[in-house]
Structure formats: C-alpha cells, structure tokens
Design a protein around this ligand. Structure first.
Ligand SMILES: [Ca+2]
Ligand SMILES: [Ca+2]
Length: 216
C-alpha cells in the first residue's frame, strides 16, 4: 500500500491501525529513483547542481520496499553496479523478498580508473583521504568515507569514470595525516594501489566483495 497513492486515508491516521495495515509495511512502496548527475549550472550567479531521475528510462523504477543499497563492481569490468535489499516488513521473511542486482551495461564502454589507498601514518583504510584527478577536460574529486549508506556498505575502492579520456594527467592524494602525494601520466582502465608515503603506484588486487545490509 502506498502512502502517496492513499494520501487522504493517510491523513486520517486510518492506515496506522492493525486492521488496515495487517502484517504489511504501510509505506515505502514508492518506485525507486535513480538520479543522473548533470553537473553544475550557474543561475543568478550561484552554482546549482542538477540531477534528472532516469529510473524509468533505465528500468530501475522498482516498486519494492527498498532499504539497503551498495555500489560495487561485482563483475570486475571497471564500472559500478548496484545491489539493493528490501524491507520484509513485520514478517521478517527476507527470503520472500530477494535482493536485486543491477548490472551497469554502459560503464564498460568508457574509460575508468580504480584506486585502493592504504594508510601508514594515517588510518589503514585511509578514511578521510581526498583524491583529485585531472584527465583532459575532466577534473574529478573523491573523498574516502568510512560509511556510505543506510543499511548497506559500499566498496572502499575509489572509482573514477573517465568518459573517453585515455590518460590521467594528474592524481593528487591528500592523506588524513596531511601528506600530499601527486602522480602524473597514469594509464587508464585498471585498478591501482597506493601506500601512503611510498610515492609509488602499483597494480591493484582483486576487488573485495561488498554487499548491502540485511532487510530492516
Ligand atoms: Ca561492473
Ligand atoms: Ca559493466
């Protein structure tokens, strides 16, 4: 039952009663959205981020009661895929409501770079590190986070989508310790491993598996 579709009943409080709700969750069945980042536009002198909902166009507008989400490159082709878990409501029967895995079928047509950071003086997972990448006209920024979603945990590997750029001009890592390391002229379409303070880029290891959290 959708609280949006039944907004008049919702306002009466009727949907909160056991008689009407039964053993089902009474909301959360709105379709999922998938927002495409269209970049920054300047309006009246202000930088405004613009997003478009492309869920219907891409077939991800599922009406399930989604909760946990994790981004991960499950097929190791350099792009991020999406795993989603669902809320079993008061039934607790997670096996009745399987997770969904959305495969990214666009990203592998473009160039990319994936990065694992390993702190030494900083914390080992490099949480708090900042990465600035420049590739031709692209200037991209990533921040290594310790937590990334409600009821789910993303991969810790950092991914940069590079469109048609065939080389990374510069990569600047600012570690939590304050150390700044800069690398230039890097090849694309592979993963790399950077250990704090070694001023060295080595090939990355196999992507560790990530998964969304359990149903709530
Ligand atoms: Ca992938
Ligand atoms: Ca793919």
């Amino acid at each position: 039952m959708s609280a949006v579709a039944h907004i008049d009943e919702y306002k009466t409080g009727k949907l909160f009663t056991d008689e009407n709700r039964g053993d089902l969750s009474w909301n959360g069945y709105e379709t999922n959205v998938l927002l495409r980042n269209r970049g920054i536009v300047v309006r009246e002198g202000r930088n405004i981020p613009v997003f478009s909902d492309v869920a219907m166009a891409l077939g991800t507008d599922d009406p399930g009661d989604a909760r946990g989400i994790a981004l991960l490159d499950f097929d190791h082709d350099g792009d991020l895929d999406i795993a989603i878990n669902h809320n079993p409501g008061d039934t607790g029967r997670t096996s009745d409501i399987p997770a969904i895995l959305y495969e990214n079928r666009v990203g592998q047509k473009r160039n990319w770079l994936a990065i694992d950071l390993e702190g030494v003086k900083s914390n080992r997972d490099a949480v708090g590190a900042k990465i600035q990448l420049v590739a031709g006209k692209l200037s991209l920024f990533r921040h290594v986070q310790g937590g990334s979603a409600y009821a789910g945990q993303m991969t810790q590997r950092i991914y940069f989508g590079l469109d048609q750029q065939e080389r990374v001009d510069s990569l600047t890592v600012t570690w939590p310790s304050g150390l700044v390391e800069r690398f230039t002229s890097l090849e694309v379409n592979h993963s790399i491993h950077i250990v704090e303070g070694q001023n060295l880029v080595t090939p990355g290891e196999t992507e560790p598996q990530s998964s969304p959290g359990g149903g709530m």
